[in-house]
Design a protein around this ligand. Sequence first.
Ligand code: AHR
Length: 633
Amino acid sequence: TLDVDASSSVAEIAPTMYGIFFEDINFAADGGLYAELIKNRSFEFDSPLMGWEQPKSDRHSYNKNSGIAVPVKYSQQQTNHNFIRVKIKDASGYKLINKGFRGIGVHENENYRLSFLASNDAGGVTHVHFKLVDENGKVLGSSSVKVSKGDWKKYQTEFNSNATVEKASLEITFSGQGDIDLDMISMFPENTWKNRENGMRKDLVQLLADMDPGFLRFPGGCIVEGRTLAERYQWKKTVGPVADREILFNRWNTEFSHRSTPDYFQSFGIGFFEYFQLAEDIGATPLPILSCGIACQFNTGELVPMDQLDPYVQDALDLIEFANGSVDTPWGKVRADMGHPEPFNLKYIGVGNEQWGPDYIERYKVFNDAIKEQYPDIIIVSGSGPFPDGDYYEYGMEQLTKIGAEIIDEHYYKSPEWFRENADRYDSYDRNGPKIFAGEYAAQSVAIASPENENNWECALSEAAFMTGLERNADVVQLTSYAPLMAHTEAWQWTPDLIWFDNLSSYGTPNYYVQKVFATNRGSDLLKVSAKGEKLIGQNDLYASAVKEDSTSEVIVKVVNTASSSKSIKFNIKGVKTGKNAEQIVLASEDLKAMNSIENPKNIAPETTKVNVQKGVQLSPYSVNVFKLKIEK
Ligand code: AHR
């Protein structure tokens, strides 16, 4: 029997309790969420023609007799450094090909928008032709654009695809003869999330929205820090016109790479404005994380000297102005010019990711003082170092507590057993100390970030057991998120991941559904739940937490059964009267190795039934259960 005390609220559950953490790892942004289909559209990768092919006449050279594309640097220094000059000698023999990010995924009967910049000084080239072809060369859609003589101009066209193809290519051919300069060759589906031109993939945003996330942490992760300070994420370079956003090497480019991804760069087509907009779209509180002046300590750990920290701190202050400032402020105006005069209502800002030691504390204090002086209401999220058992964890916690830090971000990538055994992690946590953000966690079926890790049911079930502990301690734990969020099935660097996708489709893992059932049944108030007077933290392989949801007048009890046998339980609800009928949402599988996949996306997915709670209810072997009991007047 589970005793649930609904007579009083232990604590309010923070609306931010269950959120999401987005990082451009595993092609999550470029090649994933960002709906751009052309790789290296602006010829800015380290090797400017990476991603572009020209048919070769022999083993060594392009078909120079018909034409060649060569990268050229703009004469004036600008953020978009290169364009290409296509020299057409015999247009009938020349083409330029882009195969997208592991192929271009197109859907039958969908419209695609193409745009490019061209400068056609001599006017010898008269037309640019676009052809979308499948792997056998079959034409899926095409369009021709007449180019006028003259300086840089933007051209647009569109076409429809006559078939669904996962790995199409875009072929570009020309009419006429002579040189033509091209840049920003871009292709988007018309059907993006909210039909935005610089849009996001609809299926992926929908999966995020369905989780009803309380917050969106962005843009990382290690990419915030960079391998070196020069490669850190600088938000100011990610706002304003898309063509002017300076491309940056992605810190996940090849390292840790099980599959080689040397073609991984950040186009910043999704920049800070788009992150804030995404957060707003899906009803999540934005939580940006900024560099604290230390490059990734797993790499160089490069430090900005203390007397040169000001620009980093200024970036934080300016970001608050960008998000919240009136349109009359310089950064508020940038936001307004991008189409969002209303503030984004930023409440949280993170300083550093997984940084540790005295170097971090010294820098954190400067950020803390500056932000609090100008924006006392902004809540600062600080980091405790990489893992709760890392060398500097105790030191960081002690120092940050001393400074009066409000929220500390803890990360844990551990075994499934660790998650089951640590459901009581926060039971003994100092109630007067900083609040906790469990900012990155995921059970690792083999070892941390091992390429063999699986998003299997054992991992998801163990995370659910642990999450009852997060929820039972909702007075201390105020934000939580799984990591990493997304991965392309052919271009990932890290496993496990919450959502997987290819060029056409996507699916939520069992871990996704665990997150979803917790987040969509968050509750407004924490209740005490016990069995024989004790918290349920693994006795008889059972874990439990309980909440009340005021808006729907429900008592919601989450019970996780990690045993291989089914269990029968009863509820004893005190303080309110509940009806005999309840809803039971179940996630279960008797196969701990079971997973979801592109072919079988809902192998493990929640099922809802009506149950009579008076008679007692069944918990299937290895199951996550959410019981929703209506409170009667
Ligand atoms: O989620 C993957 C990485 O794990 C994040 O970038 C980093 O914060 C952590 O080490």
